[in-house]
Write a protein of this length. Structure first.
Length: 229
């Protein structure tokens, strides 16, 4: 039976997710104490989360701690241990090394990400990107319950006024951030466009999976009001 590239990548991505989750659970459960395990979640975004990963796809991972950085910060040993184990698990799963020497491996704090929506601090802590990817295209790698509760808390923040304004409520708050995220993707793409010309890569990089992801979320939010009423 013929299997398309899309079907093959989806099947392989699902298997890699299962294997990676099992590996991380074994490693991190052995490393972390109960208190630390109860506060963290790790989730994948990008091609793996969309079940489109090929053998050349890297692992895009985000790290959340429930709470605020001021009150709930992980100790340094736990942070280093988590990153070490994730890097090892990623290599064992045959993903390429993390980009820029692991520049983007760091923990974010859920309450800070939620409380700083729209502020200057939001950009500084990379809150928009992690928040939008959590909503738009993510799947858990470790700490599934915390992953689910994190996503719910982020979405609930955008619908704070819903209960008091059920008849006239419109999800403008979340739509603004979805569109802001899309514009950020386009700007980031244009910033690196010159060197990409050498590889023959055109604007299709942004125009396909990412565009469909953002558009699908925008359409979904239009229907959300009816489901919440």
């Amino acid at each position: 039976m013929f299997e398309s590239v899309i079907e093959r990548n989806a099947r392989a991505s699902k298997k890699r997710l299962v294997d990676l989750r099992a590996d991380l659970e074994e490693r991190l459960d052995a490393q972390l104490d109960d208190h630390a395990r109860s506060r963290i979640t790790i989730y994948a975004t990008g091609s793996l989360a969309r079940l489109e990963a090929s053998t050349h796809s890297d692992l895009d991972a985000f790290f959340y701690v429930l709470g605020t950085k001021d009150k709930d910060r992980l100790n340094t040993v736990d942070e280093i241990g988590v990153f070490h184990n994730v890097i090892q698990a990623s290599r064992d799963s045959k993903f390429p090394d993390f980009s820029n020497g692991g520049e983007y491996l760091h923990f974010q704090y859920l309450d800070d990400v939620v409380d700083n929506i729209g502020s200057r601090q939001d950009d500084y802590i990379n809150g928009l990107t992690s928040r939008m990817l959590l909503i738009l295209e993510s799947c858990h790698l470790y700490g599934e319950a915390n992953f689910t509760s994190s996503k719910k808390k982020v979405v609930d923040r955008y619908f704070t006024d819903f209960d008091d304004h059920r008849k006239e409520f419109r999800p403008i708050f979340i739509l603004n951030d979805v569109l802001r995220f899309w514009r950020t993707l386009c700007l980031n793409y244009e910033h690196g466009r010159e060197w990409r010309k050498e590889d023959g890569l055109g604007s299709g990089l942004v125009d396909q999976s990412q565009k469909m992801t953002v558009a699908a979320r925008a359409m979904a939010e239009r229907k959300t009001v009816g489901h919440r009423s």
